[in-house]
Design a binder for this molecule. Structure first.
Ligand SMILES: O=C(O)CCC(=O)C(=O)O
Ligand SMILES: [Fe+2]
Length: 319
């Protein structure tokens, strides 16, 4: 049966088997849900949103100082027009950060390009601490959620731990969607490459999820994260859990939309294991997607790099 609204899952209730079964249903039948009671207060989230508004309100020249064209590691700022999805331009500006790391001294595999330092704007020194603290808290939540998902599928809670060990690769972005009269594409339809994505939305709607052949509006729910299953989790569950297409419609001229996205993958050098799910779940699996334009790669670094290159062909060009 088609749903009218995404399911709501309580993070604080995940030690109850009943809530984990609801989680399993949401993750396998919809691929998207609201996560509430996750422990980050509305006040903390509002602080992040306020800082994001301040960043995007900086003069264009200051934002250009941390442009992703200076980063061979896909970090930093993209003005409107620098990102492509489905080969078409997205109408959004964004600032990306990932694990804070030195660049490798020697590149043996292409995917190692994504490893390196972030770019932080001198004009807004609070940004670094606030955003890194946010992604660290989200990683704790994502790890617990991933373990609950494993348990909900009859697996050991730690069945995927080996793939992310002490620290998963994470990627985050603050995003502003300006109103547009020319294009409705805030971001074109896509699936996210990692294990799990969390999106924090402001009051302006626009996020849409493909569900049973229709686009379902994801109405903002204050304090919640919109969570989705990424391609690596579709692979790990052999298609029992589904990575779901989603897109953002550009707001009407005169309005704007802000969001914060967090993507959790595994360690970049890991290969995602395929879990041996109980037979009744295997029987319900829809199988792993086989889109020739978007092959799902079980090598984590390769799947992450695939998404980064597709979105940002110009990253690092000015470095
Ligand atoms: O801004 C949003 O609500 C979602 C963004 C998104 O899907 C993405 O960046 O992958
Ligand atoms: Fe996405």
């Amino acid at each position: 049966m088609a749903i009218q609204q995404l399911p709501i899952i309580s993070f604080a209730q995940l030690d109850s088997e009943q809530e984990r079964l609801r989680l399993r249903w949401a993750a396998s039948e919809v691929g998207f849900f609201y996560l509430v009671d996750h422990g980050l207060s509305e006040h903390e989230l509002a602080q992040v949103m306020n800082l994001s508004r301040r960043f995007f309100g900086l003069p264009a020249a200051q934002k250009a100082g941390v442009d992703m064209r200076y980063s061979p590691h896909f970090r930093g700022y993209n003005a409107v027009g620098q990102e492509l999805t489905g080969g078409a331009m997205d109408v959004r500006e964004q600032f990306d950060w990932m694990n804070e790391e030195p660049a490798p001294t020697e590149i043996r595999h292409d995917w190692q390009q994504v490893i390196g330092p972030n770019l932080w704007p001198a004009a807004l020194p609070q940004l670094e601490h606030t955003l890194l603290a946010l992604s660290e808290r989200q990683t704790d939540i994502a790890v617990t959620l991933l373990r609950a998902l494993c348990q909900s599928m009859g697996m050991d809670a730690h069945a995927l731990d080996q793939s992310f060990r002490d620290s998963p690769y994470t990627h985050s972005k603050i995003i502003r969607y300006p109103g547009s009269a020319q294009s409705r594409q805030g971001v074109g339809a896509h699936k996210d490459p990692g294990y799990l994505t969390f999106v924090l939305q402001d009051q302006q709607s626009g996020l849409e999820v493909e569900h049973q052949g229709q686009w379902l509006d994801v109405e903002p729910m204050p304090g919640s994260f919109v969570v989705n299953i990424g391609e690596l989790l579709e692979l790990a569950s052999d298609g029992f859990l589904q990575a779901t297409n989603h897109r953002v419609r550009a707001p009407q001229p005169g309005t704007e939309r802000y969001s914060v996205a967090y993507f959790m993958a595994a360690q970049l050098d890991a290969t995602v294991p395929v879990l041996d799910l109980p037979e009744p779940l295997k029987a319900q699996s829809k199988g792993v997607s086989t889109d020739p334009n978007n092959p799902l790669l079980s090598h984590v670094g390769e799947n992450v790099l695939k998404g980064r290159v597709r979105s940002h062909p110009d990253a690092g060009k000015a470095a």
